[in-house]
Design a protein around this ligand. Sequence first.
Ligand code: UD1
Length: 404
Amino acid sequence: MLKIISVVGARPNFMKVAPLHKAFEKLSLIIGQLAEESGKWISAEGGESKMGGEKNSSINHQPSTITHLICHTGQHYDEKMSKVFFDELELPEPDFYLGVGSGSHAEQTARVMIEFEKILLSEKPDLVIVVGDVNSTIACSLAAVKLHIKVAHVEAGLRSFDKEMPEEINRVLTDTISDFLFITEKSGIENLKKSGVSDDKVFFVGNCMIDSLIHYLPKINKSKILETYCLQPTAYILVTLHRPSNVDEEKSLREVIEMLNHLSEKRKIVFPIHPRTRANIKAFGLESMLNDNIILTGPIGYLDFISLVKNCELVITDSGGIQEESTYLGVQCLTLRENTERPVTVEVGTNHLIGTDFKKAEVAALEILSGKKKIGKVPELWDGKAAERIAEILLEELRDCKKY
Ligand code: UD1
């Protein structure tokens, strides 16, 4: 038996692990059927990909089952930041819930490590999968490698080259200690090469988050969220902001709200507020500054949120994932950051990296609203099959490390 634990911690992790869980379930089912047909050991040398993908795997020995378990660290814990995603993405209840909650970076990271180590010691998995760049990602990969458990990092190789972002530190460290690095875009290959990672650990597979988007598109298309907020397609702006660099200082948060107020004279604005941003707006006493044409909501579930992205005229964001989702959907995106770790969204997609001069951002937004739009393409391998590629590669790679 091959035992794998995938880690989720914060909101952007759920949509990356959901397709992996489905891919392992599917692979396990196929292996189970093959095992029944041909005894315990399976020889499928040079056979076709078991998942129906393009990869031609040559698997001599396979485990009779794959057990894929999910550990939720509890970094995000609110119903609307966490549970709704499990329900909508059809993830099973997590097998382990660490309940670490909020805290300083050191507190949060340390608590995840202490609790996750206990799970590792009792479960003894063959592999831990971590995704993205949140504190749970580095904490769990570090706990695992110290116990000599193999680690796969999904969404590896991305770099903003900005060490002031906690996520950049998490990315660099996780990539350094992981055994398998799964890449969403080619910039990742170059970045890992430059940091001395050997090529045989690196796999360009596509984007698991886009797998979820593609899989749930029929349901997303049925969302009633536009009716709920009386919005017309392509006639509103969607805003999300939560990066410390934009929302933790009163001056920048005030300037952001001024920019939104000006833009709200041209279009309705929908602004689902992240808990960090809501807390800071309140702490700085800025609530009354927001215009009536700005619709404030709490965090929105996955299907409704992607429906809002798909139908808006423009997204203004500082999120990493939304740069990718808007690029896939061909929607204009203004990113209020000085850098992006996802350059393919600017080079190939519909992302405009505008910086944190909010006056400049306002001008850029007005230009887009007046029709100056960027034509984008879907980046290479963002085809809905990344998780299946990852599951197959891992199965084959682990065969060499473990005799089933
Ligand atoms: C984290 C990730 C960031 C990701 C973001 C998505 C790190 C370093 N950062 O940032 O990369 O883009 O998630 O949302 O891991 N809070 C709640 N309820 C919750 C979760 C958080 O109220 O369910 C509040 C807490 O007061 C907490 C604050 O939000 O202090 C920030 O949460 P935290 O997980 O520390 O970081 P995020 O800003 O969410």
